[in-house]
Each structure stands twice: as C-alpha cells, then as structure tokens.
Design a binder for this molecule. Structure first.
Ligand SMILES: Nc1ncnc2c1ncn2[C@@H]1O[C@H](COP(=O)(O)OP(=O)(O)O)[C@@H](O)[C@H]1O
Ligand SMILES: [Mg+2]
Length: 367
C-alpha cells in the first residue's frame, strides 16, 4: 500500500505552523490522523480544552490541510457542527440525520458537475466530522438525567459504530436525463473529532486525585528559588496526566460513547509566551491581519517585542477566553489609529514610505 504522507511528523510539521504550543496534543492527533489517512483502524478523537485554547483552530487547520493537498482529496468531505444541533435533530432515520445529510450535501458539492458512484462512496466513507461542544450533550446535569444529551449520544453512537446506509445519488447523463442510484455507504470509517471545554472537569479530577487513597500519587516537584536555602516541595497537577475515563463518565459521557475514543487529549492553557507567538506567527494571526489592513492604506505596521510581551500579558489576565483576548486587547489599542493613522506613532523614513510602530508605551496607554 502506498503511504499518503511520510509520517505523523509530516502532519505535525504542517499543523504546528498554525497551532501554537499544543505540541503534546498535536502529536497525539497527528498519529490518529495518519492512521485515518492510511486506513488503519483508529478511534475517534476527543479534545478537551478551555475556551480559546485552539480546539476550533485545530479543526480548521486539519480541514485546510486536506483541502490544500491533492493527495488528500478523498478526505476533503469535512463538516463542522455543534453537538447541540445533533441533540435537536428529530430525524428518526440515520439516512436522513443531520450529519449524514450534511456529509451528503458536501460530497455532492465537492463532486460538482461530474458525480460518480465511486467518488461519492469514497468521499462519504472518508468523511471527517468535527463536532464542537460535545460537553453540552451530557447524559447527566447535576444529579439529573438529561434526556437531550442521552439521545444525542445514542444517535452519534449508532453512526460511529458504523452502519451500512443506502444513500441516493442523482446523476445527469450527457443528454440531460436525471437518474438516481442507490449507493451503499459504510459509515464505520468516518472520523469524528470532538471538542469541548468540559467546564468543571479540572476541579472534579483534582478533587479525586488529591483526596483519599490517591493523594500520594500527585507528582511532587521540588522548587529551588533564587537566593533561598530551602527547597520547596510543590504538588504538580495537570489534567492531561490524571484525567481518566471514569472522570468522563462522571461528567456525563456514556461509557458506550466514550468507548469509541482511543484517548482523551487535553489542550494546554496558554502561557504569556504562547500568546505572544499566537499574536504574531500564524498566517492568520491578529497582527498579520492588521498589517494587511494598514498595507491597503500604504502603511507598514510594525510592533516592538516589548509591546508584544505587554499585550500578551494583558490578554493573559483574561483567563476565561484564552487567545481570544488578544483580539480584543489589540482592538482597544488600535481603534482610534485604524480610523486615523496620522499622529506621533506614524513615521516616514528617508525613502518616504510610511511606517507605524506599535510600542509598549502605546499598549500601556490603551490596554
Ligand atoms: N493554540 C493556538 N494556536 C494558534 N492560535 C490559537 C490557539 N488557540 C487559540 N488561538 C487563536 O484564538 C482564537 C480562538 O481560538 P479557538 O481555536 O476558536 O478556541 P476554542 O478552543 O475555544 O475553539 C482563534 O482565532 C485562534 O486564532
Ligand atoms: Mg471553538
């Protein structure tokens, strides 16, 4: 069998350009993706990460990677949807369920004017479903069963476990006649990449780990501070190290549903340093986007390293929204300047070209 891509590392090299500081998670994801691309059996992917840590960014970039590489064209049938939509789906038959419908429509769109049964089958069976906010379909909320959540998990499970579905494909012949074929599609290979913030999970797992018999299992870290003689002993806790399937059951994901995931992948909360990189590095970063805006006005936008640091620190104060805070902090700084870029921050160099420098002074004034 010819390999589609050299290795999981190749996938990692591509994705890590746009997904910053989630290397451990990304490595796990790339192994799963590599298996999927090479038709090796693989469980689905469950991503846990606080808001603004990169879940949607990961999904989008996987989608983009498939779309940008000819060799991956049969994997381009990707859809993104919210788990709530599945919970609201009243369709009884899997053939006409929202997920199958969306994959069907998408496959039809990809094939364009030249659909064929083989291509349709291939696109459907290699589909990727990005399901966001799966934590919203809990089977229990508080102590009570949540009927919507249970139903949604059950509906997903049937699809995930793989069914043979008879789907219709309409083709138009050369003389314009429409004909409809029934095509059997095996859904077992469709890859589900699910994401959720799972709010409260961190505390629940910490409570479990730090109490009772498990207590001694917490990793001890020895911290030696500058100029101090004492060595401090600190407990180190990360969700990634300690989260177990039991915690997820407890949270309200049913064992059957979870059983279809090989592992639970936890995204890091982002450090100031990570935020600095996210602000600048990715092609679609907030800063690069702004540079494009100022270019249209004939202005070269620049920023000092100190300014990036300060801006990232300000964004970091806003834990709850992760990297999303970068955009709002930067917006606050640039609001007036975007409208009227004249002023002391705008300099003209010898050749007469205009440059706008974002300094730490400017950041501290507005952010
Ligand atoms: N790890 C990351 N690498 C690069 N950009 C990120 C990362 N995390 C968040 N971002 C940026 O922050 C914004 C929100 O991130 P998103 O992926 O939508 O978060 P969520 O985890 O809530 O889905 C995105 O526009 C993206 O640019
Ligand atoms: Mg998201």
């Amino acid at each position: 069998m010819t390999k589609l891509l050299e290795s999981p590392k190749d996938l990692f090299a591509r994705l890590s350009k746009s997904v910053i500081d989630q290397d451990t998670a990304l490595e796990q994801i790339c192994v799963s993706l590599y298996k999927h691309l090479n038709h090796i059996r693989v469980g689905n992917i469950l991503l846990i990460g606080n808001s603004g840590t990169g879940k949607t960014t990961i999904m989008r970039n996987i989608e983009k990677m498939f779309a940008d590489d000819e060799r991956l064209s049969r994997f381009t049938n990707t859809i993104r949807l919210n788990a709530n939509v599945v919970a609201d789906d009243q369709t009884a038959k899997l053939e006409s369920s929202i997920i199958i419908n969306r994959l069907h429509q998408n496959a039809t769109r990809i094939m364009g004017s030249d659909p064929s049964p083989e291509r349709f089958k291939e696109l459907m069976e290699n589909g990727v479903v990005f399901l966001d906010e799966v934590d919203k379909i809990r089977a229990v909320v508080g102590d009570r069963p949540n009927a919507r959540g249970i139903q949604a998990q059950e509906a997903l499970l049937t699809l995930i476990e793989g069914e043979l579905l008879e789907l219709s494909l309409t083709q138009r012949s050369d003389d314009g006649e429409l004909s409809t074929h029934k095509i059997t599609v095996d859904t077992s290979r469709i890859l589900f990449i699910c994401g959720g913030a799972f709010e409260g999970l961190y505390d629940a797992v910490y409570r479990r780990v730090s109490s009772g018999e498990h207590r001694d299992k917490l990793i001890q870290e020895y911290v030696v501070s500058d100029g101090q003689e004492n060595v401090e002993e600190k407990e180190y806790f990360s969700l990634n190290q300690y989260v177990r399937y039991e915690d997820m059951f407890e949270y309200g994901m049913t064992p059957q549903f979870l059983g279809r995931f090989d592992e639970i992948i936890v995204l890091n909360d982002l450090s100031v340093h990570a935020l600095m990189r996210i602000f600048i590095e990715p092609k679609e970063s907030v800063f690069r986007e702004s540079q494009v805006y100022f270019q249209t006005l004939g202005i070269d936008l620049q920023i000092t390293k100190e300014a990036v640091q300060l801006l990232a620190e300000r964004a970091h104060e806003n834990h709850r929204i992760g990297a999303r805070a970068l955009r709002s902090v930067f917006k606050r700084i640039m609001r007036g300047i975007e409208f009227d870029p004249a002023g002391s921050y705008l300099v003209r160099d010898d050749s007469g070209s205009k440059r706008l420098m974002v300094t730490s002074e400017l950041v501290s004034r507005f952010a």
